[in-house]
Design a protein around this ligand. Structure first.
Ligand code: AHR
Length: 483
């Protein structure tokens, strides 16, 4: 495979927000995965797990979406503020029917954001909440001056307003968020977003609920009726090996055909973004409105013996391929995809981290986010060359360095890829990769490092070329000097 890099051509910026996370009140994501409470024996800072924060900071998480998902349209934020022992409980009807104590609320979420040093993406309640409730939440979070909600926040111990970078007006309003028709939701969106006010200096980026996978009519109606009122339109797509919701396929110990079927389903993201974006172009040719893929990833059957409502699944080298393939697609569409949030951050679906009591492991997906972090806010480099079966890649540049990330998701074949530049030699500064010997290799609490990043040496340079030999089932990032 021959790839010619156009290092001098100006490309779009790959927004760091493409590396966003999603943390819902679902199973053990928030409770146990993030929040253990101040009195826990598990090491924590203000109730939030130290190990989880440290791991997430290493991959430079830029933004976290909270509190849902389906949960968001049943969440009433006032139940989650004030002294924790006085907070009322909530039944998580969508996810296992469990009763939660609301100890993780707005203040605790912003404490997480502070510790991660990242931005907040709040998803508001349109399905079962009032306009007033949404307006007051925004006021509570972002108003610095004198006001009823700002004073209430101060009474609860937070003097300074927080910064809300992104605000979602409802979630999956076509489904769990209210079963609405696009015409109805478009009007409701216009109304609710009016009260997502600007209380301080910062303008909140407003996100309308977008289509379910390939519902192109939803995108058309929303763009036609509400494009001027939104900054972003969301899109959800999950990859399922069997494409059958009732029996999605196993997360590990799966048949060979499901390796390729789930990765093929992940690649459908390219077509989805292209087609939704084409509709958006009609109303927004400047691409001001971002396509916000705020739920994506692999969805398998839950691990045997776990609560079916908790969506706990293992994560293998196959998921690492899926993550790399999808991130490469987002990069390619960087001028339209302004943010993406993988589902979900800890213990749910295609998670970065898994916990069991005080133990925590990093998943193969985590390691891809680590290998790919150099692309955050980097300039996409255009290239041309041959297509090669089962290989995808991204090249970007930032701060005088060029990062080449390559994924060979073939199960058996090694690929040779030659990267060429018009002028100058390739000086490799650093090279790392992730691979495995078996297609369902994964980390466990007993063997936490079974799949982990290793130094990569299978490359050579020759004049203006870099020749990479990439084994099957592997993802590599090679950092080279720009000049
Ligand atoms: O991520 C799990 C669920 O999937 C979310 O709550 C919902 O928005 C989607 O259907």
């Amino acid at each position: 495979m021959q790839v010619n890099l156009l290092l001098d051509k100006q490309g779009p910026t790959i927004s760091k927000y493409i590396y966003g996370q999603f943390a819902e009140h679902l199973g053990r994501c928030i409770y146990e995965g993030v929040w253990v409470g101040k009195d826990s024996d598990i090491p924590n800072v203000n109730g939030i797990r130290k190990d989880v924060v440290e791991a997430l900071k290493n991959i430079q998480v830029p933004v976290v979406r909270w509190p849902g998902g389906c949960f968001a349209d049943e969440y009433h934020w006032k139940d989650g503020i004030g002294p924790s022992e006085k907070r009322s409980t909530i039944v998580n009807t969508h996810w296992g029917g469990v009763t939660e104590n609301n100890h993780f609320g707005t203040h605790e979420f912003f404490e997480l954001i502070r510790q991660l040093e990242c931005e907040a993406y709040i998803n508001g309640n349109v399905g079962s909440g009032t306009v007033q409730e949404m307006q007051e939440w925004v006021e509570y979070m972002t108003m610095n001056g004198e006001s009823p909600m700002a004073n209430l926040r101060r009474d609860n111990g937070q003097e300074e307003a927080w910064k809300v970078e992104f605000f979602g007006v409802g979630n999956e309003s076509w489904g769990c968020g209210g079963n609405m028709r696009p015409e109805y939701y478009a009007d409701l969106y216009r109304r609710y977003q009016t009260y997502v006010r600007k209380y301080g200096e910062h303008t909140i980026y407003k996100i309308a609920c977008g289509p379910n996978v390939d519902d192109y009519n939803w995108t058309e109606v929303l763009m036609r009726n509400a494009a001027n009122y939104m900054d972003g339109l969301s899109l959800h797509h999950y990859s399922i090996p069997t494409r059958v919701w009732q029996d999605k396929g196993k997360a590990w110990d799966f048949p060979e055909e499901q390796w390729y079927s789930v990765l093929e389903h992940a690649q459908y993201m390219d077509e989805l973004i292209t087609k939704h974006s084409t509709i958006m172009d009609k109303y927004d040719p400047e691409k001001r409105v971002g396509l916000i893929v705020d739920e994506w990833g692999a969805w398998y059957n839950v691990e045997p013996g776990t609560n079916p409502g908790f969506l706990y699944q293992q994560n293998t080298i196959r998921d690492a391929m899926l993550a790399a393939i999808t991130l490469n697609i987002f990069h390619k569409h960087a001028n339209r995809v302004h943010m993406a949030n993988i589902a979900q951050m800890v213990n749910v679906l295609q998670a970065m981290l898994l916990t069991e009591g005080e133990k925590m492991i990093k998943t193969p997906t985590y390691h891809v986010f680590d290998l790919y972090k150099y692309h955050q806010d980097a300039e996409l480099i255009d290239s041309y060359g041959d297509e090669i079966t089962h290989v995808t890649y991204t090249v970007s540049k930032k701060d005088g360095k060029v990062t080449v990330s390559l994924c060979n998701y073939d199960l058996t074949e090694t690929r040779e890829i030659t990267l060429s530049r018009k002028e100058g030699e390739f000086v490799v500064l650093e090279a790392e990769y992730l691979t495995a010997d078996v297609m369902d290799a994964h980390n466990t609490f007993e063997e936490p490092e079974a799949v982990s990043i290793q130094p990569f040496t299978r490359y050579k340079t020759d004049k203006n070329s870099l020749i990479v030999t990439l084994p099957p089932m592997s993802v590599a990032s090679i950092i080279i000097k720009e000049n």
